[in-house]
Design a binder for this molecule. Structure first.
Ligand code: ZN
Length: 495
């Protein structure tokens, strides 16, 4: 917003200058009589002597006019997109992962190559990355020898560099000092000021599974979410979501494994709700920690605690929709299903997929209740994205038979990964493709919730109704974005 504000200010200054000149020449014409004579002589002389004068003057006039039109048009459209929330506040136009890596290395390497790197300089670069590039997170995770540095842009996580353990230790110590974390792990907020704008960066220092490695997460708190279309949500699912939103009550569940972009989808759904109700919808959110501060939502942070207590408080208030990220206990699930009778609840659940999620929810609340409030459960998973060097591949008979239980294959072309210089021989690019599939209780599938609800029974019902990730994944495979082998792999997995 500030950048657009500055541009407006510049336009205002230019307009004021122009107005001043007009007034000066208009009111004080007598004072500039000599100038007028000189100018008139110059134009008449050029006119008669120089055959190129008229065309070049006309060209300059047209170019100035075109520039003005483009500048004003660009500014207006940028304002509109900012207001609708479909652009991050800032973004460097980074085209490929390789360019992103070069951009980061150009800033880090001069310091890291020194025998005694200045830690404060490395920290400055790391803190600047979200703002410079528009990344929502900077992630540092210890690997076998070095510490891997990656950035999250939307759903994609791109590895951009490495730090040595010594430098990493220095970075951690300095950040702990800045934020005031006294324990080896913890979290805090850094305020970054660049000119008039202020960015809030969250610093999370936490231990990994093994308990010994310490990872560092820098999360940007201000920004705009992606839209559903940008995430690649199929139209059918968006329509179903719109139907759910128009009822103003009920439950929408997003289910998938950790680090598969569930949060991005929830934020995009909340954003869609905000837009489709012309901003009149009062939305509240309960989250483990706020990944992105959203201007259209009241966001409550619960940390490691259960969301139950905060949710209970929120239900006393008059929010039309409530987003709950990461439901993992029976008490919270019960509250959510109860609340979904009067308002819209959009929640995420870490699970292998919708089947796993529904089986788990049905253990916490009664299957009948769940069936009566749930609009649909959205499955989500990130698949490797094929590089353009892909090659055509045939389908084995056995695979064909298995796949056709879910969708007809038709006479389409499918692909396998190959390898080229761009993908460093891997056959895949680093940015992944999100796969979405809806699990809808309308139609016959609801019967699977009668009687004993088990994962196996739900899986059988899904197969019978040709639901699941295979159909949508085959569509991605036909468009050449996803390899056939990665679709076949889904057959054996839990979802
Ligand atoms: Zn390639």
């Amino acid at each position: 917003m500030e950048r657009a504000g500055t541009t407006l200010l510049r336009f205002a200054l230019a307009a004021a200058l122009l107005a001043g000149l007009v007034i000066y020449f208009g009111l004080a014409a007598s004072g500039v009589a000599e100038w007028q004579v000189a100018l008139r002589w110059y134009f008449q002389h050029q006119w008669s002597q120089n055959p190129l004068f008229l065309p070049s003057a006309a060209l300059a006039g047209v170019a100035t006019l075109a520039w003005l039109v483009l500048a004003v048009g660009g500014l207006l459209s940028h304002q509109r997109r900012l207001a609708s929330g479909s652009v991050p506040a800032r973004r460097v136009e980074v085209i490929s992962d390789e360019e992103l890596r070069c951009h980061v290395q150009a800033q880090l390497d001069p310091e890291l190559r020194k025998t005694q790197p200045r830690i404060e300089r490395v920290v400055d670069v790391l803190l600047g990355l979200p703002v410079d590039i528009g990344a929502s997170e900077v992630i540092l995770v210890p690997g076998a020898q070095n510490i891997e540095l990656s950035l999250r842009l939307g759903m994609n996580r791109v590895v951009v560099g490495k730090l040595s353990p010594e430098v990493y230790r220095g970075v951690l110590e300095r950040l702990q000092l800045i934020v005031g974390i006294e324990e080896p792990t913890g979290h805090g907020v850094i305020e970054l000021r660049a000119g008039v704008s202020v960015e809030m960066l969250e610093v999370h220092i936490s231990r990994g599974e093994g308990g010994r490695e310490v990872s560092l997460l820098l999360t940007r708190r201000a920004g705009y979410s992606r839209t559903l279309a940008e995430l690649g949500l199929p139209n059918k699912v968006t329509q179903r979501l719109d139907e759910a939103l128009s009822t103003g009550r009920g439950l929408v569940v997003v289910a998938g494994e950790a680090a598969q972009g569930l949060c991005t989808t929830l934020y995009a759904m909340a954003h869609h709700l905000h837009q489709s109700q012309q901003g009149s919808c009062d939305i509240a959110g309960v989250e483990p920690h706020v990944r992105l501060e959203l201007p259209f939502m009241v966001q409550m942070e619960v940390g490691a605690a259960r969301p139950e207590a905060i949710l209970e408080g929120l239900l006393q208030e008059d929010h039309k929709a409530i987003v709950v990220r990461r439901v993992e206990d029976a008490a919270t699930a019960k509250l959510i299903v109860q609340a979904a009778k009067e308002r819209l609840m959009i929640v995420s659940l870490e699970a292998a997929g919708p089947v796993d999620a529904v089986a788990r929810l049905a253990r916490w609340v009664s299957a009948q209740e769940l069936r009566s409030v749930t609009h649909f459960v959205l499955g989500q998973r990130l698949l490797p994205h094929l590089c353009s060097c892909r090659e055509e591949v045939g389908i084995a008979q056995e695979e064909q038979r298995d796949l056709e239980q879910f969708a007809s294959l038709g006479a389409a072309t499918y692909y396998a990964p190959a390898g080229c210089a761009r993908c460093q021989g891997k056959g895949y690019v680093e940015q992944q493709r999100a796969l979405f599939w809806a699990f809808d209780f309308r139609g016959g599938l609801g019967d699977a919730l009668d009687g004993e609800v088990s994962e196996a029974a739900l899986q059988r019902a899904a197969r019978r109704h040709r639901l699941g990730p295979i159909g949508p994944a085959l569509e991605l495979a036909r468009s050449g974005e996803v390899a056939l082998v990665d679709v076949v792999r889904l057959l054996d997995g839990r979802w």
